[in-house]
Design a protein around this ligand. Sequence first.
Ligand code: HGY
Ligand code: MN
Ligand code: MN
Ligand code: MN
Length: 401
Amino acid sequence: MIDPERAAAQAEEGFARMWAELLPVGRHSRSGGYRRHAWTAADAECRAWFEEQARARGLAYEVDGNGNQWAWSADPAAGGAIVTGSHLDSVPDGGAFDGPLGVVSAFAALDLLRETGAAGSRPLGIVNFGDEEGARFGVACVGSRLMTGVLDADRARALTDDGGMSLAAAMEKAGRDPSALGRDEERLSKIAAFVELHVEQGRNLGDAPIGVASAIWPHGRWRFDFHGQANHAGTTRMEDRRDPMPAFAAAVLDARERALSAGALATFGKVAVEPNGTNAIPSRVTAWLDSRAADPAVLEALVAEITRASGAEVVRESYTPVVDFDGPLRDRLAGLLGGVPVLPTGAGHDAGILASAVPTAMLFVRNPTGVSHSPEEHAERPDCLAGVAALARVLEDLLAD
Ligand code: HGY
Ligand code: MN
Ligand code: MN
Ligand code: MN
């Protein structure tokens, strides 16, 4: 049986090697943040790293029709597979741990299971879900949403990046066939349980290195279009202007005040000003609202109010209802890990999407500052190794079913 104390030390060398290999990939020289956006060169480097880890371990490697990468210890065709993993893409200038910690820990946990003879014969799958952050095309968890059918394949193909390139074209450019997108019933039917390990994105674990997720808050993304009239900044009188910028600025401040009084979260980001000149009044400002709340009714009311007050044209681009990890798998993990904290998160995860299709649970690794989606995102190495040991212990138990 995996002994967490010994296992953490045993995992150290392999974890450190993989971490050192992955760390420089897609790192921004100036900010030190990561830009590993879907179907870019950095994403391809991350994918090459994943394939290399799989093949070096003699795992069966494949990429599914939705662009997710899989590494299997045994043929999943028989069903009953236990899957773990996360994502390797990042937000713009993101941190090193959000996503990669779950994938590196998955390979390190497999190594531990093999070294201790606890791998068993049930198929263990390691997954890298593509485009979890939605940084390039705007919609989060594209790979897992497509796999579970939550995101329509035609809609996904038509998503465009800031340069106007569609997701389909970006996939083709990366050598993937976009016609194969869609719910993967066959693959889902083979998975008995999915466990995602992830750096905690808040400071809620306190003095516990590991935690178990109880829920994911409902959250969504809405695209706001503020329309105006392009004109000359030097010849158009103030009273004659139809400048969309003031309306956008008012919406940002209004959203903040409303979120504060509702005890919820609202963030405007991914702003595009057209034309984005210094001496031209813009014709349009497009901005994405990310809003989240523990209570779905509060979230719905908040976004409705922000929308109404903004006067903008608003489209809901993605929405994840509350994910409740409640149930036997969560309790089993909490029991195996001896009374670790069980806590909710406002952060979305691929596990939140998979939970609608297969038994799913999440492990969190302490983030001492709570800072995430930033170059400052960090987790201490002993906590990361405790995470690997905890994941290995959980996988050992699930594989023994
Ligand atoms: O946005 C999120 O919560 C996640 O990091 N994709
Ligand atoms: Mn993230
Ligand atoms: Mn993540
Ligand atoms: Mn995630």
